[in-house]
Design a binder for this molecule. Structure first.
Ligand code: BTN
Length: 247
């Protein structure tokens, strides 16, 4: 790989889930190790949904991160950090991606990438983070209907190309991720706030957000300095949402 620095990369032929593998092996894996798999048989998404494997040349990877001995709030924004990086890379390919809060990356309203961050604790001691990302790079048009609950797309389809080079995409992602990673940990969401908001496609609109069993509706007012979504209902009351799913 043409990576800027020497990296710990564990490349697997097949795995249930790169996130699960990283969690199960967390203690023996060094900080900044990358797990990447050719095939993923049981990929997981947010809210325990599944992440479908659309074939060999799609990207399934997880970053193992052990930035400190205690949990810091900024870690909760790492999925937003990586979604901004995804946006930058897709722009390099000439596309106009958008972000659906908190971290789905879409093209023309169709999902191309998702992130799942998991915190590993031992009792109440913070042990590390597993930051997983899936990117649809190469899919057959007919396979897009395998995902039933939402519209999805893949990079090759958007570029109207037969095939997209996965290795090149992987290198861009890893290089750009680590280029600003330390700075991000120091400054937090503010470092990416402008870029993030520019990519957001829902601000100012009337939306509904599923938060576990609860549904909140209102106008998506703004994203605050912590990356949270502020909704305003018809009584002009504001609600700060830390997690959820825009419906
Ligand atoms: C989502 O959009 O809900 C998040 C999807 C995250 C999928 C990636 S693929 C690599 C890593 N391993 C997993 O099992 N999930 C993440």
């Amino acid at each position: 790989y043409m990576l800027r620095e020497k990296m710990n990369i564990i490349s697997l032929e097949e795995v249930d889930s790169t996130n699960l593998y990283a969690k199960q092996n967390l203690y023996s894996l060094e900080d900044r190790t990358i797990i990447v798999a050719k095939n993923q048989t049981s990929g997981r998404g947010r809210f325990n949904r599944s992440w479908v494997d659309l074939g060999d040349d799609n990207l399934f990877m997880s970053f193992v991160l052990k930035p400190s001995d205690t949990f810091k709030d900024v870690y909760a924004n790492l999925t937003q950090y990586i979604s901004v990086i995804l946006v930058n890379i897709l722009e390099e390919y000439g596309l106009a991606p958008s972000i659906k809060w908190p971290n789905d990356v879409l093209i023309d309203g169709k999902k191309i990438s998702g992130m799942l961050s998991e915190t590993v604790m031992q009792g109440n001691k913070f042990k590390g983070l597993v930051l997983g990302i899936g990117v649809n790079l190469n899919a057959e048009k007919s396979a897009l209907s395998l995902v039933k609950d939402k519209k999805i797309t893949a990079l090759n389809i958007e570029l109207e190309r037969e095939h997209v080079d996965k290795k090149l995409f992987f290198e861009k992602l890893v290089n750009q991720f680590f280029k600003s990673y330390d700075e991000f940990l120091e400054h937090g969401f503010l470092l990416i706030k402008n870029k993030y908001i520019n990519a957001c496609n829902f601000l100012g609109k009337e939306i509904s957000v599923q938060v576990f069993d609860d549904k909140k509706s209102g106008i998506a007012k703004y994203i605050n300095d912590s990356g949270e979504l502020v909704l305003q209902n018809h009584k002009k009351e504001e609600f700060v949402l830390t997690m959820g799913d825009i419906l």
